[in-house]
Design a protein around this ligand. Structure first.
Ligand code: NAD
Length: 438
């Protein structure tokens, strides 16, 4: 039986989850305070770039299962489950997660809810947050209504979000109330029915911790292979073969073993910081996660040194073309992208920059006012002394390298995603090519 669901927060997670819940047959309202986002959705336009989202949203809107609103109070009435999917950025002046949006949403939901409602936290939140959400709910809930809470962290990756949501490795639900547990089971029943998806019902604190532990572990895994790439360069070896050699070991697994210019994005930086803050507050600091965070910061600056070296040691006056600005390919998300460290440092050292990103992220110019943003990769390459591949956009692999190299002042590629190889680059007219760990 379908469940009446409201998503409070219609960003990357709220919109994708809401559209996927609707596709599973549930009745969904996605609500957001951001009028621009909701207006776009009502006009049939997507506020974010995510492969397959447009079609999914239209199909479910047409079927009457998915609606959009800016009115939180009206959208949480007569709903069985209200998900909180608002942002949890780092708090100003500390490493902790800023929970003001979560708590504000919890208060609004409680005041407007009627009947029995499960308030489900999908936002990534530190241990203890759901207990606070429960307290806020009890203080604000109208008489005659009842609210239970559940923690349901989300593991989708931008760029593969729909598939990740509909075919997850596991679903984690932290819930202690039996009626709420039954609602959560009904929500995920279609996924459990057709696939072999494990549903982990845990205590609330455990569910909260699983999300941070997962993200911190993945960040450590990337930083580890980045260090192995350095070692390969220093002593001889090919990091891709090392990654394959260790990844085939089932205890290690093949994913998150691609070396790169340092991890960034909307989750790993803020979630590792928040985990470290929680661990420090609890008096059990994590040396491993601390080291990964430090290694990652150093790596971004090391990438600038590498670009300088590939340009003959001096960046002053060099024209550098940058391909990719988002934190990874297949998304338009710029939050804490590695480009936001590497590009300002290149500028500081005197380089002139032209950049192209296939998603044309609308905040790029705001974050990087001194970078000339252009509409094609050829425009970026025109007259450049070096071409830096910074983001793993799949479309870059389809480019005709000859066209790019032929318009450059000096055909020199610094491939920080190992998207190409020496032979391809040489065949494509690049006289110099450098990559990571091979
Ligand atoms: P986002 O910034 O894209 O979306 C959050 C939305 O919430 C915004 O549109 C904002 O306007 C809205 N909002 C804030 N307060 C509101 C309120 N009171 N009522 C209605 N709307 C409100 O953020 P996101 O990337 O979707 O992330 C949301 C949460 O999910 C975060 O905790 C994040 O860590 C977690 N998460 C994100 C990803 C990801 O890949 N982006 C993956 C897993 C988990």
């Amino acid at each position: 039986m379908s469940v009446k669901i409201t998503m409070v927060g219609t960003g990357y997670v709220g919109l994708v989850s809401g559209a996927c819940f609707a596709d599973l047959g549930h009745d969904v309202i996605c609500v957001d305070k951001d009028e621009r986002k909701i207006r776009m959705l009502l006009e049939g336009k997507m506020p974010i770039y995510e492969p397959g989202l447009d079609e999914l949203v239209h199909r479910n809107v047409d079927a009457g299962r998915l609606r959009f609103s800016t009115d939180v109070a009206a959208s949480v009435k007569d709903r069985e489950a209200v998900f909180i999917a608002v942002g949890t950025p780092t708090e100003n002046g500390s490493d902790r997660a800023d929970l003001k949006y979560v708590y504000a949403a919890a208060g609004e939901i409680a005041q407007a809810a009627n009947g029995f409602t499960v308030v489900v936290t999908k936002s990534t939140v530190p241990v203890g947050t759901n207990a606070q959400v429960f307290d806020i709910s009890q203080k604000n809930v109208a008489s005659g209504a009842r609210i239970a809470v559940a923690s349901n962290p989300e593991f989708l990756r931008e760029g593969a979000a729909i598939n990740d949501f509909l075919e997850p490795d596991r679903i984690v639900v932290g819930v202690e109330d039996d009626e709420a547990k039954a609602v959560m089971r009904r929500i995920y029943a279609p996924l459990l029915l057709h696939g072999n998806v494990p549903l982990l019902i845990t205590g609330i604190q455990t569910a909260e911790l699983i999300k941070y532990a997962a993200n911190a572990f993945l960040a450590v895994k990337i930083s580890f292979i980045d260090e192995m790439a350095n070692l390969c360069e220093a002593v001889g070896g090919n990091v891709e073969e090392v990654a394959r050699g260790i990844g085939l070991d089932k205890r290690i697994g093949p994913s998150f073993l691609n070396t790169g210019p340092g991890w960034g994005g909307s989750c790993f930086p803020k979630d590792t910081r928040a985990l470290l803050a929680t661990a420090n507050d609890a008096g059990v600091p994590s040396r491993i996660v601390t080291s990964a965070v430090d290694a990652n910061s150093a790596r971004k600056i090391a990438m600038v040194d590498r670009i300088a070296k590939a340009c003959g040691g001096e960046l002053r006056g060099k024209r550098i073309a940058v391909l990719g600005l988002t934190f990874k390919g297949q998304t338009d998300d710029m939050r804490e992208s590695t480009s936001l460290v590497v590009l300002p440092e290149l500028l500081r050292r005197g380089a002139r920059l032209t950049a192209y990103d296939p998603s044309n992220p609308h905040e790029a110019q705001h974050y990087l006012p001194e970078v000339q943003m252009v509409k094609t990769a050829e425009d970026a390459a025109e007259g450049a002394d070096a071409l830096v591949v910074l983001t793993d956009w799949m479309v870059f692999k389809t480019y005709d390298l000859k066209e790019l190299s032929s318009v450059m002042a000096s055909p020199n590629m610094i491939d920080l995603r190992n998207l190409f190889d020496e032979a391809e680059a040489t065949a494509g007219g690049f006289v110099k090519y450098s990559s990571l760990g091979r």
